[in-house]
Design a protein around this ligand. Structure first.
Ligand code: ADP
Ligand code: MG
Length: 698
């Protein structure tokens, strides 16, 4: 295999390859498109296509695909062969600029939320030159955007690119105000930390719920769970280590900068963190990472669970979206810096984020909303469903000083007047850690911690980029017209702190009293479920912001709301149906068989000696009988309730019906079944227990 530096990126048509395989003028022209978003002409596209194909064919590729991210949340591809007949009967490998730039997948089955009438079912994919093409097996994958013929975005990449553009536009305006004339572009970067579970294939196969829904719908608590904290950062088991090694290799070949890995809090839970990169590429890479994690697991006889909550009573899996913004000259705009000039600029960008999170709390909550993630948010393991910002004491102190025009009482007792005084230099390691905050400043970036492990990171970053662009736009509009820049700047920051400090919270987000304070005293929003938050996507203020920033059209937003609610309903209905199936065909027969055997045992004992009381057997049979009655009753109730979900009306009403009725019944059925599990002899139980699952990998 060679050393890592030999094979790193060997499956990517990256900058090194482009430079090597393209003529100088084609390379320069492509680079301009990539860096500055300038248009690509067909002559350049043809040359790039030819070079890409030659590179891929040399590495054994036979096919190419436009790789895209439809609204299902996973990625899609349709393979076409390079083969083209030649007059002499042989074949040549062909790939034109046209084929590189545009594809027409027959993609009518992808959800479009009403955006695409059947007569324009086909939609098209368009090459995204800002993300490198790569090889997967024998297929050259070309990252693309996916749109309808009417021009509506049917994917996640298109709005993500638009949001990056919006942020770039507004951030440059601010930089110019601070006298920066040289930066050409401002880009947001992300490093997503990915959590996951590993269990053995045998265990997985033995559970219908895992196979159909990705999570366990039943399962009594394991006698040992995560209470010892002995797994967190613990020694990695050999089988897991072999998996991680293999996984790293596959990711590195694809140029994905997987860097750290460790055990997480729950048994069988692990984490992988990449080095951060441009949001667009980070999003593509995270999709690929999730795909490859599952593929490599299969090779090792394992299954990688990416569900947000595979096991009740054990921590779920999330994704930490580390986010920052930087100029093409390498200046991180969220880095406090050392000079007054940098400080003032930093504070303005900081304010932009604070205001964005406050003004668009609902959009951030919506961006992570799925049926799976609803189990985590607010469950004392992940940040609550209420969005707030953690800044740490030092920075909060600085903002308070500015707000009240009082001397900053921190390290240096100086009056915080912008442009004149020096902001205390932050030592990253002294910024206190707060793991309970949904949105935490960590020295030179923000960590958005509400994402679920299976979420595409696109949605969260679309909302984040757009909302911050909106704050920056407001500031730029005001400051560009100001007679005295410094005074206007000071006032802008001061007012922002006054108006938005309610979103800043440095305390324990897991504390029940925080939710009360947040909602009752501070007026922050609390949307516990997807059904609660999703309709707010279409609130006037949100539609206005997202359309004016050019990120979504109103139709696109309507379609997304529809699709997300549909997805929520479908997910839970499938889970509920699986529960009904398992209760009827696995759990009830198992408990029944066990009670019969216990009853038989008692009868046999009595036949032997009629004076025996058989209290144990009689008591157990009675209890089990009461439980089977309850299980049967709850199963029927759930099955009946499921039949009437569609009668509720439109998708929003259906999602409410599910939230109010189905979720509760699922909980009740589970409770009865889990109790039965604790009383039924193990050899009768029809599928592996929590202990079997969580400690399956040796
Ligand atoms: P922490 O100690 O705060 O968790 P790490 O250095 O371990 O920070 O990084 C955690 C994740 O944050 C990694 O994926 C890393 O690449 C990413 N990260 C670091 N700096 C930035 C940045 N400026 N922008 C975006 N992500 C970043
Ligand atoms: Mg982290």
């Amino acid at each position: 295999m060679g050393t890592v530096s030999d094979y790193f990126g060997s499956m990517v048509f990256d900058d090194r390859m482009m430079r090597a395989k393209l003529s100088a003028d084609v390379y320069a022209s492509l680079r301009k498109t990539m860096d500055e978003g300038s248009e690509l002409d067909i002559r350049v596209a043809n040359a790039v296509a030819e070079a890409m194909k030659n590179w891929a064919v040399e590495k054994g590729a036979t096919h190419y695909t436009h790789w895209f991210q439809p609204l299902t949340g996973i990625t899609a591809e349709k393979h076409d062969s390079f083969i083209s007949p030649s007059p002499d009967g042989s074949v040549i490998m062909e790939f034109s600029g046209k084929e590189l730039i545009k594809g027409e997948p027959d993609a009518s089955s992808f959800p479009s939320g009403g955006l695409r009438a059947t007569f324009e079912a086909r939609g098209y994919t368009a090459w995204d030159p800002t993300s490198y093409a790569f090889l997967k097996g024998k297929t050259l994958c070309i990252p693309t955007a996916f749109c309808s013929y009417g021009g509506h975005a049917l994917d996640k990449k298109t709005p993500l690119l638009r949001s990056m553009e919006a942020l770039n536009r507004q951030a440059l305006r601010i930089l110019r105000l601070f006298g920066n004339r040289t930066a050409k572009r401002v880009v947001s970067s992300v490093g997503p930390e990915q959590e996951y579970f590993l269990i053995t294939k045998e265990m997985y196969d033995a559970r219908l719920d895992l196979r159909l829904t990705g999570r366990t719908l039943f399962g009594a608590k394991s006698p040992k769970g995560q209470e010892m904290d002995d797994h967190y950062f613990g020694v990695i088991k050999p089988r897991v280590a072999a998996y991680m090694e293999d996984l790293n290799q596959e990711l590195w070949k694809l140029g994905i900068l997987a860097k750290t890995e460790h055990n997480e809090v729950a048994p069988a839970q692990h984490e992988l963190a990449p080095i951060y990169t441009t949001t667009n590429i980070a999003t593509d890479h995270n999709q690929l990472t999730m795909e490859i994690m599952q593929k490599v697991a299969a090779k090792h006889g394992l299954v990688c669970l990416l569900h947000e909550k595979p096991f009740a009573g054990v921590n779920g899996s999330g994704k930490h979206n580390n986010w920052s913004i930087a100029t093409d000259e390498g200046q991180n705009l969220l880095s406090p810096g050392a000079t007054p000039y940098e400080n003032a600029q930093f504070l303005l960008f900081l304010c932009a984020v604070i205001q964005a999170v406050d003004d668009y709390q609902d959009l951030l909550r919506i961006s992570v909303a799925t049926a799976g993630n609803d189990h985590r948010l607010g469950a004392n393991e992940a940040p609550p469903a209420v969005v707030s910002v953690f800044l740490g004491e030092e920075l909060t102190g600085v903002l308070e000083a500015i707000e009240t025009d009082t001397p900053y009482q921190g390290v240096q007792k100086t009056q915080m007047k912008l442009g004149a005084d020096v902001l205390p230099k932050f030592n990253r390691d002294t910024t206190d850690r707060n793991r309970t905050s949904p949105f935490a400043f960590t020295g030179n970036k923000f960590e958005f911690r509400m994402l679920g492990s299976s979420n595409s990171i696109a949605c969260a970053n679309i909302m984040l980029n757009s909302a911050v662009a909106e704050s920056l736009k407001k500031y730029a509009d005001r400051l560009e017209g100001a007679a005295d820049f410094k005074t206007a700047l000071h006032e802008t920051i001061q007012e922002t702190v006054k108006d938005h400090k309610r979103i800043i919270f440095n305390g324990n987000g897991y504390d029940g009293s925080w939710i009360q304070e947040a909602t009752e005293k501070r007026g922050l929003r609390n949307y516990p479920t997807t059904a609660d938050c999703m309709p707010h996507l279409l609130d006037r203020k949100n539609v206005e912001m997202l359309t004016s920033q050019g990120v979504y059209s109103e139709e696109e937003l309507k379609s997304r709301c529809e699709i997300m609610l549909e997805n929520y309903c479908k997910t839970i209905v499938i889970e509920a149906n699986t529960m009904v199936d398992m209760a009827k065909t696995q759990i009830l027969p198992a408990v029944e068989a066990y009670s019969q055997d216990v009853a038989k045992a008692a009868a046999a004992k009595k036949a032997l000696d009629p004076s025996l009381a058989c209290l144990y057997e009689t008591g157990l049979v009675r209890k089990l009988s009461a439980l089977t009655d309850r299980i049967a009753e709850k199963t029927e109730e759930l099955a009946t309730a499921l039949l009437s979900v569609e009668d509720a009306g439109n998708i929003e009403a259906q999602s409410m019906r599910i939230r109010d009725r189905i979720l509760g019944l699922m909980g009740e059925l589970r409770l009865a079944c889990d109790e039965a599990e604790t009383m039924t002899a193990k050899k009768y139980w029809p599928f592996p227990s929590y202990a079997d699952l969580l400690f399956s990998v040796k």
